[in-house]
Design a binder for this molecule. Structure first.
Ligand SMILES: *Cc1c(COP(=O)(O)O)cnc(C)c1O
Length: 420
């Protein structure tokens, strides 16, 4: 799937599935996120097809995009959820994802969160440290319950991705070092309220090659054999998320190639495979739609000043991420180099430098592609700009799936102390 697969140009105009984007923009003020439901379904189905000869459960990584419309679309296709907070558990349940398809990751789960997850009977806790294991045991024993656990193993593999989204090196905060795994599992086996059921690994995000995965899963396979020999009943391997998407021109291995590699590395162990994809399900299913406010001619360059900023989509400023930037109406205009910037008072509020975009004017619509994952969920109201609304398209229909709040609602959240 490319950034434009579900956002094609027809007669010089960008469509989302069967609707012209300009038609949506005439009814909802920019900036807004716009998702293609067909794109989400297609990506999910690719995983289902790729793993149809393995005992596998896709647990969508809710943090990539946690809108109820997105979660419900995936829930109806049979997806489970990988969650990292009580809030995400609540969102998953509200969208109809059954508790027995929820895996719970995260390095600092609190007692309250553990109690809540236990009370629902989630499928698995992915335990990231020994102190977390002790806490889960205490909480579970206190309520006469049992927590099914896997340790998240840090395999010390370089994911060859951006440093801020690399998680599987020894220096990262995630998981238990693979060298300490046997001790950790031995401890888990003797604790009350704990049932050892699996092994979990997640080495990073936006991986563009299978090699780091294969290396990590190879190490996990060895570990699983060792743990089984130690007498542990390991029947789940959670292989994490991380398969990348095409933002620019990256060539991403197919989901089938990924599935075949998983089978090759782990197939002989007879374990259920849990997958936690986020970006690869949502990334190219969404765009951020904005309008040109001004064209400003600087001393050396032309700035395309948009009404969307880093508060709406933080990936370029946070990870130097590349997003294609495309004029919605092209009308045979020529391409020109622009610095594409937002309205926020930070130099980092820059989407792209010297980027070729069709010659544009004030009021023109601009699409920032590949924004379906880690876009809306990371947005804020910095500069007191309203949280970006979200729209979902299905065929020739669209629906607002999150409203833009009003200024009154935002300001009303503040409370003046009684001495003022
Ligand atoms: C972020 C995350 C994922 C999803 O990663 P993607 O790269 O979006 O597929 C899966 N599992 C865990 C534990 C994560 O932290």
């Amino acid at each position: 799937m490319t950034p434009t697969s579900y956002f094609p140009h027809k007669n010089n105009e960008m469509f989302v599935e069967d609707i012209a984007l300009s038609q949506i923009a005439s009814q909802i003020q920019t900036p807004f996120y716009c998702y293609s439901s067909a794109a989400i379904e297609a990506s999910f189905q690719e995983y289902q097809n790729a793993f149809d000869n393995q005992d596998a459960l896709v647990c969508y990584a809710v943090k990539a995009n946690s809108n109820q419309a997105v979660l419900t679309t995936l829930a109806q296709m049979g997806s489970g959820a990988d969650v990292v907070s009580m809030g995400e558990i609540r969102r998953a349940i509200a969208a109809g994802i059954p508790a027995n398809k929820i895996v719970y990751s995260g390095v600092a789960k609190t007692q309250e969160e553990i109690e809540y997850a236990l009370s629902l009977g989630i499928f698995q806790f992915n335990v990231e440290s020994e102190p977390e294991l002790e806490l889960i045991s205490q909480v579970a024993s206190a309520v006469n319950s049992t927590a099914a656990i896997a340790f998240r193993i840090n395999p010390d593999v370089c994911a060859q991705t951006h440093a801020k989204i690399s998680t599987g090196k020894a220096e990262n905060k995630f998981g238990i070092p693979i060298s300490k795994a046997q001790i950790a599992y031995a401890r888990a086996a003797e604790l009350p309220g704990i049932k050892v059921q699996g092994v979990d690994v997640h080495i990073g995000s936006q991986l563009t090659s299978l090699a780091p995965f294969a290396e990590a899963y190879g190490r996990i396979a060895e570990l699983v054999k060792t743990l089984k020999a130690d007498g542990h009943d390991i029947n789940v391997i959670d292989v994490g998320g991380g398969l990348g998407i095409t933002y620019q021109d990256e060539v991403i291995p197919s989901k089938q190639a990924y599935a075949d590699m998983v089978k090759e590395q782990l197939g002989e162990l007879g374990c259920k495979i849990v997958l936690e994809p986020g970006r690869s399900l949502l990334g190219n299913a969404g765009i951020l739609v904005s309008s040109v406010v001004f064209i400003k001619t600087g001393e050396e360059r032309q700035f395309l000043m948009l009404d969307a900023g880093m508060n709406d989509l933080i990936r370029p400023s946070m990870y130097e991420a590349y997003h294609q930037i495309i004029a919605v109406n092209q009308n045979n205009r020529e391409l020109k180099p622009y610095d594409v910037v937002g309205p926020v008072c930070e130099t980092g509020d820059t989407f792209a430098k010297a980027r070729q975009v069709h010659q544009s004017n004030s009021g023109d619509l601009i699409a920032i592609m590949s924004s379906g994952a880690y876009g809306a969920v990371m947005s804020s109201s910095y500069n007191t700009r309203m949280l970006t609304p979200e729209v979902m398209v299905k065929g020739n229909e669209f629906a607002i799936i999150r409203n833009r709040p009003s200024y009154e609602e935002l300001i009303k959240q503040d409370i003046k102390p009684n001495w003022l």
